[in-house]
Design a protein around this ligand. Structure first.
Ligand SMILES: *[C@@H]1O[C@H](CO)[C@@H](O)[C@H](O)[C@H]1NC(C)=O
Ligand SMILES: *[C@@H]1O[C@H](CO)[C@@H](O)[C@H](O)[C@H]1NC(C)=O
Ligand SMILES: *[C@@H]1O[C@H](CO)[C@@H](O)[C@H](O)[C@H]1NC(C)=O
Ligand SMILES: *[C@@H]1O[C@H](CO)[C@@H](O)[C@H](O)[C@H]1NC(C)=O
Ligand SMILES: *[C@@H]1O[C@H](CO)[C@@H](O)[C@H](O)[C@H]1NC(C)=O
Ligand SMILES: *[C@@H]1O[C@H](CO)[C@@H](O)[C@H](O)[C@H]1NC(C)=O
Ligand SMILES: *[C@@H]1O[C@H](CO)[C@@H](O)[C@H](O)[C@H]1NC(C)=O
Ligand SMILES: *[C@@H]1O[C@H](CO)[C@@H](O)[C@H](O)[C@H]1NC(C)=O
Ligand SMILES: [Cu+2]
Length: 403
């Protein structure tokens, strides 16, 4: 740990090399603030370095951009929010769960709140937004739109926090995210005997994520009284009552269940994330490694994070966004995508890879920057190309960095 403060000093020296204008000072100050936070892993250090890269790149290639590191929104790690800030966040989520839905209730009787509107959209589009060309940009837009709803509709003054998996991977149950305190995202589920999560198409012993100490209803923390309304469609745990409608959109009120699972978290330690960012030469490979190379027995950080929560609906491929931790997990997915883009901005701000069907089944055309990315009742459809740059995409609405 003693080595960590040394690297930032070296970086700071670099930042001084041009004559110190006020703008340079502001950039340096912004980055210093970021790198002095309690960062502990190689991904965080890469993030600090990458902010220098971004600042240099903007000076060279993007001078006219009004979105800069100094004025960009800073999305922060859960443990870097104060207790008060964390409660403001979970209060805003609970507010979204009380606001009336916009979704047509004849079509989706299970959509009872604005929170549920987002779940409906994820359920509806599941097969065309995973292992597809739009996976990263669709989820980027989804998390952004959710953050905006928390702010605009529920008076939340902060921004979307993310879950740096590596920080808690060794002991997620006792982490600030899942310890069940009032400043957590809610606790583990009560213990129930279950078989673990089966991962089809994966060789033994990686074909199952062994169960951990939960599996039942969450009884502690801010979401202990939460009602799950939609799904299931692909429950990863037994004993979940079926939805009255085959499309999962009927009303099916039940408790929130979790199995906060260190076995799943083993593939989310920071070395996996670091390797994913630094060793994926192409976008196709980056997407594949992130989402799992199942035939090779590799779950990927995307799967690993989802099943660190597991349960119902967290472990349901379709309804997973019905567990509020989804947005912190996908905040980190977006951070990792952003970090990967920062390693080669000139190429990666313009790149799309993959087709428009899950795993290209059935075979389909390649996705393009002109494809429309839609979020149902939650936001207007936009060109995929508008979602590639967090510093000015979405008609200049996007302007955020991760710290
Ligand atoms: C730059 O900073 C100096 C003092 O730090 C101040 O006197 C000066 O007005 C600033 N210039 C601009 C353009 O803000
Ligand atoms: C969050 O990180 C910043 C540095 O980026 C630090 O100043 C602040 O004290 C941290 N807050 C908490 C609650 O950890
Ligand atoms: C930046 O703005 C200046 C002044 O408005 C303009 O002349 C120039 O063409 C712009 N550069 C780019 C790359 O857009
Ligand atoms: C709501 O959904 C039902 C069933 O799909 C449909 O018949 C009806 O036209 C929709 N109403 C509106 C206002 O779109
Ligand atoms: C869990 O259930 C399985 C069968 O479903 C049973 O064989 C096993 O003994 C149970 N374990 C415990 C600890 O109850
Ligand atoms: C859950 O509901 C009960 C009964 O309505 C209430 O006493 C309790 O404070 C609620 N807990 C939370 C965390 O909202
Ligand atoms: C990460 O570290 C663990 C534990 O040392 C190791 O088993 C695993 O293979 C490493 N993963 C990568 C991608 O290097
Ligand atoms: C789709 O993209 C792949 C990978 O870049 C490429 O090999 C293939 O030719 C493309 N297909 C079409 C129809 O353009
Ligand atoms: Cu998803």
């Amino acid at each position: 740990m003693r080595l960590l403060p040394l690297l930032p000093l070296a970086l700071l020296a670099q930042a001084h090399s041009p004559p110190c204008t006020n703008k340079t000072d502001a950039t340096r100050d912004a980055i210093m603030e970021i790198i002095t936070s309690p960062h502990t892993d190689e991904v965080d250090l890469l993030a600090a370095k990458s902010l220098y890269t971004l600042s240099k790149w903007q000076k060279k290639h993007d001078r006219n951009n009004t979105c800069t590191i100094e004025n960009a929104v800073r999305r922060r790690e859960w443990s870097n929010l104060s207790g008060r800030e964390r409660i403001a966040y979970t209060d805003a989520v609970k507010c979204l769960q009380r606001l009336p839905a916009k979704t047509n209730s004849t079509y989706a009787p299970g959509a009872k709140s604005r929170f549920d509107d987002f779940v409906v959209t994820h359920i509806e589009q599941t097969l065309s937004i995973h292992d597809t060309a739009n996976f990263l940009t669709w989820h980027r837009y989804y998390v952004y739109t959710y953050e905006k709803a928390l702010r605009d509709e529920c008076g939340y003054e902060g921004y979307q926090p993310y879950w740096n998996w590596g920080k808690y991977a060794k002991d997620p149950i006792h982490s600030p995210l899942f310890d069940g305190s009032e400043t957590s995202m809610g606790g583990n589920g009560a213990y129930v005997n279950h078989t673990g999560v089966l991962i089809t198409g994966t060789p033994a012993p990686y074909d199952v994520i062994p169960p951990d100490q939960g599996g039942g209803c969450v009884t502690t923390g801010p979401f202990s009284n939460m009602t799950v309304n939609l799904g299931p469609l692909a429950a990863s745990i037994s004993g979940v009552p079926s939805n009255p409608l085959p499309n999962g959109l009927g009303h099916n009120p039940r408790c929130l269940r979790r199995d906060v699972n260190k076995n799943s978290a083993t593939v989310t330690t920071s070395n996996y994330t670091y390797a994913l960012i630094t060793e994926s030469e192409t976008l196709a490979r980056f997407q594949r490694v992130m989402q799992g190379e199942f035939s090779l027995g590799k779950w990927g950080v995307h799967t690993g994070g989802h099943y660190t929560v597991g349960g119902d609906p967290g472990g349901d491929f379709f309804a997973s966004s019905g567990d509020p931790t989804f947005y912190l997990h996908h905040g980190m997915i977006d951070r990792v995508y952003w970090l990967w883009q920062l390693q080669d901005l000139s190429t990666r701000l313009n790149e799309v890879a993959g087709t428009i069907t899950l795993g290209n089944v059935p075979p389909s055309r390649n996705g393009t920057v002109d494809d429309v990315v839609g979020l149902g009742v939650n936001a207007k459809g936009v060109r995929l190309g508008e979602l590639l740059n967090t510093m000015g995409g979405l008609g200049r609405e996007f302007c955020y960095v991760y710290v």
